[in-house]
Design a protein around this ligand. Structure first.
Ligand SMILES: [Zn+2]
Ligand SMILES: [Zn+2]
Length: 276
């Protein structure tokens, strides 16, 4: 089957120095059919100054790469939007003015704090930390349902819906289950209602965890609730990580009974059958 990695970064993200060409070469060497750059668009006012997102530069670099490599691989332009409800008008205006193959929405903040800075969560136990993050994702997903009712569907993929597992492991050395089935159900049901597709993000496999984000339990539950497809994203920040964990993620989808890998080109869903 054709495999597409739809979550990865290059030097056009604040936390990455990888030349985009190196990502393309690595994707071709790994046998991928496509890779889509999803550079960070960090919208919170405290992070905005550090955000290096430059749409014109990205367009130019990807156009050059397509001239050289598009006979061998699909090169997509995506974006990873950091969910900030108070910035939604700004986000929507930005998305309307630019074009993308895929728009990824990711929750990196919970209760007004970035979860990647431990000091904000000192004094909170692991259980509460996990719950707070999942509540933030639930709010984001509920917001998307409301937006769809109002006629807006600007986001295609929900990134790493249980990202909190990466930080529970880092801060609390906890690698166990999330133990929040009701919250997970609400998040998944809202995704289905909002028409946004969750991804399987394999970066956790490179950071000491034994499962991607989300893992088996949640992927199975998504299928039980009526989900038929998910996206795959390595979240690579290094060229050698592009496509990493793809087979793991695809097997997880197949074993859960999903039928397709969700692929987006020019904002249109192009499902790839998982069993071809
Ligand atoms: Zn992210
Ligand atoms: Zn990312």
């Amino acid at each position: 089957m054709r495999i597409f990695d739809q979550h990865l970064h290059s030097w056009n993200s604040f936390d990455c120095d990888t030349p985009p060409e190196d990502n393309v070469r690595s994707a071709i060497a790994s046998g991928l059919s496509g890779l889509t750059f999803t550079e960070h668009f960090d919208t919170h006012r405290e992070e905005w100054d550090a955000c290096v997102y430059d749409d014109e530069k990205i367009e130019q670099e990807l156009a050059d790469l397509r001239v050289r490599f598009s006979d061998r691989i699909f090169i997509g332009k995506g974006i990873e939007i950091c969910y900030q409800p108070q910035r939604m008008d700004f986000i929507l205006e930005f998305l309307r003015a630019h074009s993308f193959d895929v728009v990824l929405l990711s929750v990196h903040w919970a209760f007004g704090k970035p979860i990647h800075h431990k000091e904000h969560f000192d004094g909170i136990d692991c259980e509460a930390f996990i719950r707070r993050y999942l509540e933030a994702v639930r709010e984001a997903a509920a917001h998307l349902v409301q937006m769809k009712r109002d006629g807006y569907q600007p986001f295609h993929i929900l990134g790493h819906l249980d990202l909190v597992r990466r930080y529970a492991f880092r801060y609390f050395d906890y690698a166990g289950p999330l133990n929040e089935p009701a919250l997970i159900d609400e998040i998944l049901s809202n995704c289905l209602q909002a028409g946004i597709i969750p991804e399987i993000n394999t970066s956790s496999l490179r950071q000491g965890l034994s499962a991607p984000m989300p893992g088996e339990e949640i992927v199975h539950r998504y299928a039980e609730l009526g989900g038929t497809m998910m996206s795959f994203g390595s979240d690579a920040h290094w060229a050698e990580s592009v496509g990493a964990g793809a087979e793991f993620a695809l097997d997880l989808m197949r074993n859960a009974g999903l039928s397709h890998l969700a692929v987006f080109q020019n904002g249109e869903l192009q499902p790839e059958p998982l069993n071809d």
